[in-house]
Write a protein that binds this ligand. Structure first.
Ligand SMILES: Nc1ncnc2c1ncn2[C@@H]1O[C@H](COP(=O)(O)OP(=O)(O)OP(=O)(O)O)[C@@H](O)[C@H]1O
Ligand SMILES: [Mg+2]
Length: 336
């Protein structure tokens, strides 16, 4: 029963980005990054402002991602960050504490989900729930998961790849890989070092991936020149990369994703497989924006895969919606 004064927030705390949705509205969409004064553990900046400080500040300030592979790695910092973001949305005084639905990767340990729950409580809400991310994402892209028919989703984030089959408001089969878009950046860093003897940083690798990268060879080759550091001399050295370079570099992490999706399909009952072949596989999360990933996965899985319209916000949108469906979802919400 929605109360007049209780605000309801869906919060997708991701390895790379945190999105907060109220109703149908995205209230926050910021990098999950915090800049802190090292000695005092005091927050200087959060979100985009903190991310932009990465690699550009003195040793007294540290820029950290408090989540690693979808789970909380730096508890104190995560709690502070969440509190700040919730207060920015719900008001500093919290006269009417909100009800919040946090998300967490499918299949995390009870210790890991308890940390999420406690970090949520630290923000001072009235109630805290946790929904598995693939379920939230499926709700956020309107898959008919309340029916007995099978639906498949691949949720491709910065720190996790999750493959899930859903039916009857529940996760039927799923698997989480603790690897994601950041691992793709690492694959690009390794490739550039091995092929050109140049060392580049993670933000540069991510730029290459987003601006000229693809999962399959493209008709139009793009080139991008980036600055790196010569592996031997340590001196600055520019290097020009092409779309084909990035396609090559990404094959290994993409293959891991395919293997994960195949394992989930192998364990899925045949009746549900027939539905999935009919409906296709929904690609969500920031990595779903990779050029040609739909083609790549369609070929590799033999099932049509399609990119959704709201890949980066769907998980938070679904979490907000899940608050209104708590009774129907009770079996699937994580115990806290
Ligand atoms: N256009 C794009 N092409 C390829 N990758 C992209 C694009 N846009 C964003 N990404 C990647 O998507 C990832 C972030 O996705 P997302 O915000 O869904 O992750 P997250 O929710 O923070 O992480 P997780 O759910 O794994 O904890 C980053 O690795 C980013 O580089
Ligand atoms: Mg995510």
């Amino acid at each position: 029963m929605p109360s007049l004064f209780t605000r309801e927030l869906g919060i997708d705390l991701g390895t790379c980005n945190t999105v907060i949705v109220e109703g149908n509205q995205v209230m926050v969409d910021e990098p999950t990054v915090v800049a802190i004064v090292v000695n005092e553990q005091k927050i200087v900046e959060t979100g985009k402002a903190a991310r932009d400080m990465y690699g550009r500040v003195s040793d007294t300030i540290e820029v950290v991602r408090p989540l690693r592979n979808g789970v909380i790695a730096e508890y104190e910092i995560t709690e502070k960050l969440l509190k700040r973001m919730v207060r920015n949305v719900a008001g500093a005084m919290m006269l009417f504490p909100p009800r919040i639905m946090l998300t967490a990767p499918y299949g995390i340990t009870s210790v890991e989900s308890r940390a999420v729950h406690e970090a949520g409580l630290g923000a001072g809400p009235r109630e805290v729930y946790i929904v598995p991310q693939p379920l939230a994402a499926a709700l956020g892209v309107d898959l008919p998961i309340m029916t007995p028919s099978g639906n498949m989703i691949l949720l491709l984030g910065g720190g996790t790849f999750q493959a899930a089959v859903l039916a009857m408001n529940d996760v039927v089969r799923a698997e989480t890989l603790r690897t994601g878009g950041l691992r793709m950046d690492d694959a690009i860093i390794d490739y550039v070092r091995k092929k050109y003897g140049v060392i580049i940083g993670q933000p540069t690798a991510e730029q290459l991936k987003i601006k000229i990268g693809a999962a399959v060879p493209q008709e139009i080759q793009q080139t991008m020149e980036v600055q790196g550091q010569d592996q031997v001399t340590g001196l600055p050295r520019p290097v020009a990369l092409t779309t084909d370079d990035i396609v090559d570099a990404l094959q290994e992490p993409l293959q891991e994703l395919v293997n994960c999706a195949r394992r989930v399909l192998e364990r899925t009952p045949p009746e549900l497989i027939a539905d999935i072949i009919d409906r296709g596989v929904a690609l969500c999360g920031g990595v779903a924006l990779t050029r040609g990933i739909d083609k790549y996965l369609t070929k590799a899985l033999g099932i049509p895969a399609y990119q959704v319209d709201n890949p980066t916000t769907c998980t938070a949108e679904g979490a907000a919606r899940a608050l209104g469906m708590r009774a129907a979802l009770s079996r699937s919400l994580m115990p806290t």
